[in-house]
Design a protein around this ligand. Structure first.
Ligand SMILES: Nc1ncnc2c1ncn2[C@@H]1O[C@H](COP(=O)(O)OP(=O)(O)OP(=O)(O)O)[C@@H](O)[C@H]1O
Ligand SMILES: [Mg+2]
Length: 287
């Protein structure tokens, strides 16, 4: 292990006993038809996440953020290392403990919003007498309760994404994993949703891992930002944002906010250059 890796590990390991999510020396290689096609996506990632912590993963495209999230959620198995949630090793999806929210709205078009929620709750084994109450509560958190009986086609992109978020909330898991949930939205809607999420975090105490490409979104939302290197993804730095939730949009106007965002940009710049250079090489090799 290099001195840099040791430092990154020291930075990202909190007290093991407090960790709700413990990622322990995780590596991932996707095998292809031959060695040339195999992809080394993640390299020796160790990261402990405390209960109620909001952690953002930031890194260049293809550095393994979604892969890491899938491994934490038990949707994929690492080639080395392991993940534990509340002390239990993750070797399969655990819908009662972990909820996912993806970038694309995954609402089924032939069901109303409420029916979509009922289905999600059914999958998690939570379609009990309280299902409607859970669903309506989650919708009210994102200000969408009046759309419970609408169909997805009757909603705007931003509304659908709010509802996607609410569906992740209604399953009442301790851990929420979000993969670029606001990526397809305009800047203003993202800001409003970011504020909602900050308020929600303060209220529910969920443990959240959030993938984003937006530096401002990461600083606004995260208690801690994990900056990853270009592929194979390693942890390059761990940056704390010592600002309590709920955060007000005014936080974005402070010099502290600007300073952290600038630090992040400096950390990412070289990694983004490395990614772009690799893409050019691949393009030139194809001729
Ligand atoms: N199922 C898979 N099979 C083969 N290769 C994969 C698979 N999933 C991801 N990869 C490869 O692993 C690498 C990391 O992918 P991943 O989707 O985790 O990146 P990412 O950081 O989420 O990127 P982006 O920011 O563009 O979403 C990429 O090179 C990708 O091609
Ligand atoms: Mg991704």
């Amino acid at each position: 292990m290099t001195a840099e890796q040791q430092q990154a590990e020291a930075l990202t390991n909190t007290n093991r006993d407090e960790a709700v999510i413990a990622v322990d020396h995780v590596s991932m290689t996707f095998s292809g038809h031959d060695a040339a096609q195999s992809v080394h996506a993640l390299d020796d990632i160790s990261l402990d996440i405390r209960k109620g912590e909001f952690v953002c993963l930031l890194g260049p495209s293809g550095c393994g953020k979604s892969t890491l999230l899938s491994i934490i959620g038990g949707l994929a198995q690492p080639t080395a290392g392991s993940v534990a949630i509340s002390g239990a090793t993750i070797d399969r999806p655990r819908p009662r403990d972990v909820a996912f929210v993806f970038q694309e709205s995954t609402l089924l078009p032939w069901y109303t919003v409420l029916e979509n929620f009922r289905l999600a709750l059914k999958f998690q084994g939570l379609a009990d007498a309280r299902w409607r109450e859970r669903a309506m509560h989650a919708l009210s958190v994102v200000g969408m309760e009046q759309f419970a009986n609408h169909y997805p086609r009757q909603l705007s992109g931003g509304m659908k994404q709010r509802i996607n978020l609410a569906r992740g909330l209604c399953v009442e898991t301790e851990v929420l994993l979000l993969d670029e949930p606001f990526a397809s939205l305009d800047e203003q809607t993202r800001m409003v949703l970011g504020e909602d999420l900050s308020i929600l975090l303060a209220r529910t105490g969920k443990t959240i891992v959030f993938v984003t490409h937006s530096l401002a979104e990461a600083v606004f939302l995260a208690d801690r930002i994990i900056v990853m290197t270009a592929r194979p993804g390693r942890i390059k730095a761990s940056i704390s944002v010592p600002q309590p939730h709920p955060r007000s949009p005014d936080f974005m106007l402070t010099s502290e906010f600007g300073a952290i965002r600038n630090d992040l940009y400096a950390l990412l710049r070289d990694e983004i250059r490395a990614t772009v250079a690799r893409m050019r090489e691949a393009r030139d090799a194809r001729g």
